[in-house]
Design a protein around this ligand. Structure first.
Ligand SMILES: Cc1ncc(COP(=O)(O)O)c(C=O)c1O
Length: 355
């Protein structure tokens, strides 16, 4: 996150994970109705309701949070006690690991391998759980690869969790980037599922910090009480604007989708012409995890530094996902910039050959 805040930007920025910002002026909002202060409770009722309706769940199961980041923190903090075992996918989104470690959990990992299409493998998970496992954590879509875990597999993971009295936390912040036939939330699979998400990645309104947790009511209440530590009140104008965003959710999503799909096509064509690069490709998601062939050195960092310094182009180093010979490319911001960024990756690869 520190790298992302301080070093990810470049003229040709392929280090993104969400779609282009959706401008306030295009959100049909009556600014006269915007207010700064109101309420001091456990969630703004119209927003809780909007989230609940979106998912077909009871509002008692919805916990408002400042983005998926705080959602993941609150969810894990409410579930984990120090020295509990927490089983987290590998590769993983770094802050998820960091939160578990911060909470003094004993972190164990289950592997998602490239050879297996980065799939979450229930057999691997079964081998890792013990009676001390309290939580299994997975992202769906998977960050960084955008691989989708189907309901049938999630159900198996839920069964494994239940067999040892554990819960399953599914971070679904990218799930709505499955544009055609979006799966429903895994929260409906069973009571052991806890889900986190937000409007940040797929809807272009990250600045609203509109995030949430779906959890059974007793756990949801515990999370709201924990959030008392971090926030006396939520950002009220953010809550008001988030309700407006929910009323126009499809329009927001379709706006991003057009760019994501154009970029994905460019990326497919580009990768087909680059023998030094390979990726498990998906038909959805805003990111792709690209492998740099070993002949270029097993570490993508040197390549990415040159790409940035000489070609003004950035991508996320795989070392942040514990995979240093990979890098992550983000789609959905600006197709012209994306095309030029890819072209510069291609030129940097030619340069790497000469070195
Ligand atoms: C898997 C995952 N979860 C959570 C987040 C943070 O999301 P938010 O901006 O909603 O806090 C990110 C951001 O990159 C992410 O990739």
């Amino acid at each position: 996150m520190h790298w992302s805040k301080t070093q990810s930007r470049a003229r040709f920025n392929l280090a993104t994970s969400g779609v282009a910002p959706f401008p306030l002026r295009e959100l049909r909002v009556d600014l006269e109705k915007l207010e700064i202060n109101d309420g001091n409770s456990y969630g703004y009722a119209p927003l809780q309701e909007a989230i609940a309706v979106h998912y077909g769940v009871d509002p008692d199961c919805v916990v408002e949070s400042a983005g998926t980041s705080m959602a993941n923190h609150l969810a894990m903090a409410a579930i984990i006690e120090p020295s509990d075992e927490v089983l987290i996918e590998h590769p993983a989104y770094g802050p998820i690991l960091d939160v578990a470690q911060y909470l003094q959990a004993k972190v164990k990992r289950f592997l998602r391998t490239e050879e297996n299409g980065w799939a979450a493998d229930p057999n691997g998970i079964r081998r890792c759980v013990t009676p001390k496992t309290r939580l299994i954590v997975i992202t769906n879509l998977h960050n960084p690869t955008s691989v989708l875990t189907p309901d049938s597999v999630l159900r198996e993971i839920g069964d494994i969790a239940r067999s040892v009295g554990a819960l399953v936390l599914v971070d679904e912040v990218y799930l709505d980037a499955v544009y055609e036939g979006t799966p429903q939330t895994s929260f409906h699979i069973g009571p052991e599922f806890v889900v986190t998400s937000s409007l940040t990645k797929v809807y272009g309104v990250s600045g609203l910090r509109c995030g949430w947790i779906l959890a059974r009511p007793d756990l949801a209440w515990k999370m709201r009480r924990l959030n008392d530590l971090y926030s006396a009140t939520a950002v009220y104008p953010g809550e008001l604007l988030s309700v407006v965003a929910f009323q126009q959710l499809n329009r927001l999503r379709e706006t991003g989708r057009r760019i994501v799909e154009a970029d994905r096509k460019l990326l497919r064509d580009f990768l087909a012409q680059q023998p030094a690069l390979s990726a498990v490709q998906t038909d959805w998601g805003t990111t792709s995890f690209v492998r740099l062939a070993h002949s270029r050195g097993s570490n993508a960092d040197v390549f990415l530094e040159r790409l940035r310094a000489q070609f003004e182009t950035s991508a996320v180093p795989g070392r942040f996902f514990e995979m240093p010979d990979h890098f992550r490319i983000g789609m959905g911001v600006n197709t012209e910039m994306f095309a030029e960024g890819l072209s510069r990756v291609g030129r940097a690869l030619v340069g790497a050959e000469d070195n």
